[in-house]
Design a protein around this ligand. Structure first.
Ligand code: C2E
Ligand code: MG
Ligand code: MG
Ligand code: MG
Length: 294
């Protein structure tokens, strides 16, 4: 490499880094603005709801998933802004907005005679980020939302990841128990992708274990013999057996094919979520979908 070429390369990387930094800054500025918009007609953040279905094909619950209708960039998925929101701390107001919006929406469905039949027994699952969960007033905020809406806490399921749990087991346990006393349910999201020890599983009040999509994908993709040739679903079966022993229900994420569903059912999985049933839907599309599943 000549000196000039080397210098060019350094300049190229410095420029790329600078660009990445200014993109992140713009994202932060725009998200801050989106969070401060008051009039509903200018609302940029919205929720989509993905159905969760039981083994009989009935609607069990929905997972609220945030989207951002950006004024110039169009509809942005959480993969493109949650990490930055987490890094900047904006996840705290964002997460609070999501909780409030999801709970308000469920309450509205439940009290509308046109929707009550499917909405009354529905579970609303809401993702909670590690930073949001660690906020000292998290428990009070959740409780205040439930009280203000008169929402039965049993219909709210907070999704935590292994990262939250592994971070500080005693503090996490204490917080979960406080929320549990109100009746709030918990799901462990993306199970199997973290690196934490399994010992926490029997200490925490977890109702639902969500098997990560990567395991479900494996069902259709047998491991070649050179890589060990293990039966692909062997881990899923072990996870389900363990969860049931611990009195948890098991939900499979990312179910896309009939073969995956059949295998998961045969393995005793309780609840299913994925494109095979439906992608996450705006409220106006979820309602007819849910009504048709009654
Ligand atoms: P997650 O909580 O594991 O949510 C499931 C993700 O998998 C969703 O992506 C969903 O659209 C996608 N998915 C569902 N079924 C299928 C399938 O059959 N195939 C495939 N390929 N994908 C499927 P989405 O909505 O883009 O959200 C991505 C992640 O962003 C979520 O993963 C969650 O970690 C985070 N997220 C979303 N909304 C929120 C929120 O309100 N707060 C926080 N803290 N995080 C959120
Ligand atoms: Mg989730
Ligand atoms: Mg997940
Ligand atoms: Mg996942």
């Amino acid at each position: 490499l000549s000196k000039a070429a080397g210098d060019n390369r350094v300049r190229f990387f410095a420029h790329a880094l600078q660009e990445a930094a200014s993109t992140r800054l713009a994202l932060r500025t725009d998200l801050t603005a989106a969070l401060h918009i008051a009039p509903p007609e200018a609302q940029q953040l919205l929720l989509h709801y993905q159905p969760q279905v039981n083994a009989q094909g009935q609607l069990h619950g929905v997972e609220a998933l945030v989207r951002w209708q950006h004024p110039r960039r169009g509809l942005i998925s959480p993969g493109a802004f949650i990490a930055e929101a987490e890094a900047s701390g904006l996840i705290i107001p964002l997460g609070h907005w999501v909780l409030q919006e999801a709970a308000t929406t469920l309450r509205r469905w439940q009290s509308d005679p046109a929707h009550a039949a499917w909405a009354q027994p529905l579970t609303m699952a809401v993702n909670v980020s590690p930073r949001q969960f660690r906020e000292p007033d998290f428990v009070d905020r959740v409780h205040a939302i439930l009280e203000q809406l008169g929402l039965n806490a049993l219909s709210l399921e907070l999704e935590l990841t292994e990262t939250v749990v592994a971070d500080d087991l005693d503090a996490t346990l204490e917080k979960m128990q406080q929320l549990r006393r109100y009746g709030v349910r918990f799901a462990l999201d993306d199970f199997g992708t973290g690196y934490s020890s399994l010992s926490y599983l029997k200490r925490l009040p977890i109702d639902t274990l969500k098997i990560d999509r990567s395991f479900v994908m494996d069902i259709d993709a047998p491991t070649p013999a050179v890589l060990g040739g293990k039966r692909p679903a062997v881990l899923i079966e072990a996870i389900i057996a363990m969860a049931h022993q611990l009195d948890m229900q098991v939900l499979a994420e990312g179910v896309e094919t009939p073969a995956q569903l059949a295998h998961l059912k045969a393995s005793g999985c309780d609840i299913f979520q994925g494109y095979f049933f439906s992608k996450p839907l705006p409220e106006a599309q979820l309602q007819p979908w849910a009504a048709a599943r009654m």
